[in-house]
Design a protein around this ligand. Structure first.
Ligand SMILES: Cc1ncc(C[n+]2csc(CCOP(=O)(O)OP(=O)(O)O)c2C)c(N)n1
Length: 231
């Protein structure tokens, strides 16, 4: 078992790609076992296992800021940041919070519960970083459901205007609490099924899989996670 060895994100850094894939499978199993007893957001977290492992492998939390929109899909982040032992208490009084919680860990840098705030938070953290002359990365992960909130649109406008160093990951799994509706949903569906986009995606995936230099990518077709913007 690899999972018990992970006490902090830096423990991932020395792992091979094969081990990272094995670890992801162990995390998925862990979540299914724990949440079958406590309840909780199972599907959103199963969908971001590889994505969260990849983020913690590539970046250095808490120096690099990871912001999870809503915060209901941060269980994998909690597992990787030393809170695995507390999952039996998930969503119970004095137990592990079901959302990102700043007083729970230095790795939890933003807490919400309401949706669509992550992009503004990321923008603020990027501006603060630049004012302080620091160079850490700021990463916001937002679902296709949360992206339809007005505050997210305002933030995209701001981000596009400011052009600061920050990363927005669209976790597009074609689902919110219920199936999404609206123009943004239609637009994303159109991009997703566009043959030029699909070919480009396959080409990039093929290239990354062959390359030893460009790092790791685990395409997760079911979850549909992909990085769409790296500003
Ligand atoms: C302002 C606000 N409205 C509604 C909700 C209820 N809510 C919880 S998660 C969520 C969206 C989930 O969809 P998505 O962002 O696509 O994330 P996923 O669960 O698919 O990963 C919503 C609308 C909320 N948290 N905040």
């Amino acid at each position: 078992m690899l999972l018990p060895q992970i006490k902090q994100p830096s423990d991932l850094k020395s792992m091979s790609q094969d081990d990272l894939a094995l670890l992801s499978a162990e995390i998925r199993q862990f979540l299914i076992e724990k949440l079958s007893v406590t309840g909780g957001h199972l599907a959103p977290n199963l969908g971001v296992v590889e994505l969260t492992v990849a983020l913690h492998y590539c970046y250095n939390s808490p120096a690099d800021k990871m912001i999870f929109d809503v915060g209901h899909q941060a269980y994998v982040h909690k597992v990787l940041t030393g809170r695995m032992d507390r999952f039996d208490t998930l969503r119970q009084h004095n137990g592990l919070c079901g959302f990102v919680k700043r007083n729970e860990s230095e790795h939890d840098v933003w807490e919400a519960g309401h949706s669509s705030t992550s992009l503004s938070a990321a923008m603020g953290m990027a501006l603060a970083r630049d004012l302080k002359g620091e160079d850490n990365q700021v990463i916001a992960m937002i679902g296709d459901g949360a992206l339809t909130g007005g505050m997210a649109f305002e933030a995209l406008n701001h981000i596009g205007h400011e052009q600061r160093k920050l990363m927005v990951i669209l976790n597009d799994n074609e689902m919110s609490i219920a199936p999404n509706v609206g123009a943004m949903h239609k637009y994303l569906s159109k991009i997703r099924s566009d043959r030029h986009y699909l070919k480009a995606k396959d080409d990039v995936e093929g290239m990354l899989k062959k390359s030893q230099l460009l790092g790791i990518v685990w395409p997760n077709r079911q979850a549909g996670s992909k990085i769409v913007s790296n500003i």
